[in-house]
Design a protein around this ligand. Structure first.
Ligand code: GLU
Length: 452
């Protein structure tokens, strides 16, 4: 049975990089009918905050992800202590007594002699015991090889690495060992994480061996880079999931975007569909460039494929059913939905004035109103209320009427101007589709408002 884990630290809010790890683990597990373990890495007491744990739950649920088992690293301390004792007994751990100052000094000396700043096990053992020790794990000092499910054949010579510190003077266990012990305890079969953890892998493989545990499979997906080739960070536009939610991004767009990165074919569909198609071997080992523009493209596609019934109840309340098919190709963020409703139906909404009046006759708006009223474009429902309805194909009749009344006007300019007066923007749905869903009364009022 496949068992994966997602192990966020509650030291901050989840961001797109975390979402990618969570999503790829969840898809892999779902593809294999496996188990997802949510491990909250809360051993770094100083930086962990309980409210971030709540945020993690909320953000994962928002993404549509679920998990089968859950635990906090802090709750597993007893089991890790027992495993630590086993490692100690096996001779793979050794106590060290240098002070942090001595270690820094030693490191600087090595560097000044152009030597690698590796910890010298032999020299370290000669430091007299003076206090509570800290502990290191003795690496085997040989080549460690593994077959990474994304990176392929990997080799790391642990002779080039310092023996890692596994327990500090104060008894706190390091992440590298604690993570292995918890993975052993939970019988994790696949460790799927970012390539930034590759440097830990050889060490962790040695630790799995030393604990006599079954070796999990490893998959390190490439880094997310920004358009400059730097690590995708807050500066490159990386946002927390909470920010993305508040800005009106769809969870499925986020899930698709982080899954897409590193694949050469285009993915689509909901989580179940993506899980059915999912394969780690299709991911490229090359780091991939990412930007919010990728999410925007995906999100636009998602809206375009949604019927009114597919919208959330909240969004259904924001827009009339007949408007949705007209505007859905022009929605990116959720906030665009009420905006189009407003543009089409709110008599008090004032479009920003982006018209270049220099190219137009001064009485353009009067002319447009006249043609509207007299050109068989609208039909007066009853005299008293002044209510009007559109006749068929009002947009083309209106434009043609205006050009006939004022032949020196250019068609493109007329169309752009009317679009700007009515919607306050240069782009949007085709005007022949949009005009019929705006009431003639509102159209007339917007023209009156722009009169010179
Ligand atoms: N808490 C670690 C992190 O967020 C987990 C690393 C791992 O997957 O092993 O980086």
């Amino acid at each position: 049975m496949v068992r994966v884990r997602f192990a966020p630290s509650p030291t901050g809010r989840l961001h797109l990089g975390n979402a990618r790890t969570a999503v790829l683990n969840a898809l892999f597990s779902a593809h294999h009918g496996g188990v997802v373990v949510l491990r909250i890495d809360d051993t770094d007491d100083a930086r962990c905050r309980p409210e971030y744990v709540q945020d993690i739950y909320r953000d994962l649920r928002w993404l549509g992800l679920s998990w089968d088992e859950e635990f906090t690293q802090s709750s597993n301390a007893d089991k890790r202590r027992a495993m630590f004792q086993t490692l100690k007994n096996s001779g793979r751990l050794y106590p060290c007594f240098e002070t942090p100052e001595q270690l820094t000094q030693w490191r600087e000396d090595q560097l000044s002699k152009n030597l690698p700043p590796h910890y010298d096990r032999v020299k370290g053992k000669s430091v007299p015991a003076h206090d509570r020790p800290y502990w290191r794990f003795a690496l085997s000092q040989q080549e460690i090889k593994w077959q990474d499910l994304i990176q392929g054949s990997m080799v790391c010579d642990t002779r080039h690495l310092s023996d890692p510190v596994v327990m500090r003077h104060d008894g706190a266990m390091s992440y590298v060992l604690a993570s292995v012990m918890d993975d052993v305890d939970r019988r994790i079969t696949h460790i799927i994480r970012g390539a930034d953890h590759l440097t830990n892998t050889a060490i962790q493989i040695e630790m799995f061996h030393a604990l006599g545990a079954d070796m999990p499979c490893w998959a390190h997906f490439p880094l997310m880079l920004d358009q400059n080739g730097d690590k995708f960070s807050k500066r490159s536009g990386s946002k927390t999931l909470q920010e993305l939610r508040e800005e009106g991004w769809l969870p499925l767009a986020i899930v698709q975007a982080v899954t897409q990165l590193g694949l050469s074919h285009q993915i689509s569909g909901d989580f179940a569909h993506m899980a059915a198609q999912f394969s780690l071997s299709e991911y490229s080992k090359a780091n991939g460039k990412f930007s919010m523009h990728d999410v925007e493209m995906i999100q636009s596609r998602l809206w375009s494929n949604m019927t009114y019934q597919d919208l959330s109840p909240d969004l259904q309340r924001c827009i009339d059913p007949n408007l949705w098919p007209v505007v859905r190709d022009n929605v990116v963020l959720a906030g665009d939905v009420p905006l189009w409703q407003q543009i089409c139906t709110d008599p008090h909404w004032v479009a920003p004035d982006g018209v270049d009046w220099s190219q137009l006759p001064l009485d353009f708006c009067d002319l447009a109103i006249d043609v509207l009223k007299s050109g068989g474009i609208v039909k007066q429902l009853d005299e008293k209320s002044g209510n009007m309805v559109w006749q068929t194909d009002p947009w083309h009749h209106w434009i043609n009427g205006l050009l006939a009344a004022c032949p020196e006007l250019k068609k493109g300019l007329v169309a752009r101007t009317l679009r700007m007066i009515l919607t306050g923007r240069t782009g949007g749905p085709k005007m022949e589709d949009l005009l019929p869903v705006i009431s003639p009364k509102i159209v007339q009022a917007r023209l009156e408002h722009r009169k010179h």
